[in-house]
Design a protein. Structure first.
Lengths: 269, 269
């Protein structure tokens, strides 16, 4: 088993994306936060061509949760920031949806692939986590070695045709005296969700219990830290689920597509 | 005739968008540069639903010429920044395309409208012209009272499905000692074409004769000024023409949709 070769956080962070994709293609299942320092990770969502316009329009109307990095042509399985990668095999874990129902996770999607599938890669907040850490702001789920906690909120996205659904957010506990810095730093990355959508007061977002995230793992919130919420790229999967798309694929939350694109590409001055 | 009521540049610039749209709806035909100071103008392109995904994808892949401000649902004729406006009547002049051929201009498109038409509004460089003028940088076509000159270039856009075509640019002569300022100022408006794509050397873009623009009017280039080129929202119309879209509508170049959205909305810090 290959896990032992990449057991430590140092090794994970130093890997090149092509090697990480190779490990995931070979069967390694793990959340990807902290992997491949300096390289952008992406949310994946794949829908049939018949739904592609509405999904692209949903993204255009909801740019904070759905910042589009790339859209492949129908049936295409690789792209310019993936080297010889294959979106059907190179993520550590996928979620499958059928007729608006979750249809389990799987390590590749070769057997359910259709030639009319259109693949969307969306920016991921992992891109700005390195910038937070460089500024001395702790990133709890990396420090605690777990997946980032994500929550469905009570905020509806702007619908697009047949597609509608709630905003999904990721949460990071931030020390109260660094909240302003966290806003400032992440706002420089508009293509990967940018500034937070909410600071503190989870009840206002309809989140009753921070310790029971809808996706990912709970993290401890130290005293003097506030829960800070960023728009999350799982949002289109919630829409696919809510809107009864006949068949769709997403990354399993936190188990991202690791691309060859450097993080700095998504930073504005 | 209503033209006399808005003959002067001062009157034009002071009008509210709803009043300008009313004048255009009533039959006034004029380029819109310099109209309705402080309000964003938009490029229009309308295609059948069958082509809408490819057009939105074309825009996503070519964000400098095609910055999407809004996409209406199929058949819709108004939107949030148009008050009680109607995209079928409220522009001063439209271009019609059929089977990849220009099919003339018209003052409204009521008789050719289809219920499956999807309307795209794209950012327009007129938005940053006020900022250039405020910085003391002359805008030749406004000063000379003509339409902005636009040119088809030899640069192909990134294709999307069946849609492909050349980059179209607008040109403003800028004093050599203000070129850097013009870059800096316009780069703050990424949603309305942003920084120039080319400075000087029109031959490199395949433009042989600046005095013979493909759209709009020629402007005089004073000594010591350089021709500076910005990506232009006529680009998707060039693609519609080149790609044989069965039927499509655009604004006539320079004759824009005047919206209720304030220009500052499109400025980044």
């Amino acid at each position: 088993m290959v896990v032992s070769a990449v057991a430590g956080p140092v090794e994970r962070s130093a890997l090149l994306p092509a090697r990480a994709r190779e490990l995931f293609r070979g069967g390694l299942v793990t959340p990807t936060a902290g992997w491949c320092d300096g390289f952008a990770q992406a949310n994946l969502v794949v829908v049939p061509r018949d739904w592609a316009f509405e999904l692209l329009l949903f993204a255009q109307r909801n740019p904070k949760p759905c910042p589009v990095l790339a859209v492949l042509d129908a049936g295409e399985v690789s792209g310019p920031v993936l080297g010889d990668g294959d979106v059907r095999t190179d993520l550590p874990l996928y979620s499958l949806y059928r007729e608006g129902e979750a249809a389990g996770t799987r390590q590749d999607v070769l057997d359910v692939w259709q030639n009319d599938f259109v693949t969307f890669a969306l920016g991921c907040s992992f891109t700005f986590e390195a910038a937070l850490q460089e500024a001395g702001i702790p990133v709890a789920h990396i420090d605690q070695g777990v997946n980032v906690p994500m929550y469905r909120t009570n905020r509806p996205c702007e619908p697009a045709g047949r597609l509608s659904g709630p905003l999904v957010v990721s949460m990071r506990p931030i020390p109260a005296d660094r909240v302003a810095d966290a806003v400032r730093i992440t706002s420089r990355y508009p293509a990967v969700h940018g500034a937070p959508v909410h600071v503190g007061a989870p009840g206002e977002l309809g989140i009753r219990d921070l310790s029971a995230p809808d996706y990912g793992d709970a993290v401890q919130i130290p005293a003097g830290h506030l829960p800070v919420f960023w728009a999350c790229g799982v949002t289109p999967q919630a829409a696919v689920l809510e809107s009864g798309v006949p068949v769709a694929i997403g990354h399993a939350p936190g188990h991202m597509l690791v691309t060859d694109a450097p993080n700095w590409r998504y930073q504005v001055p």
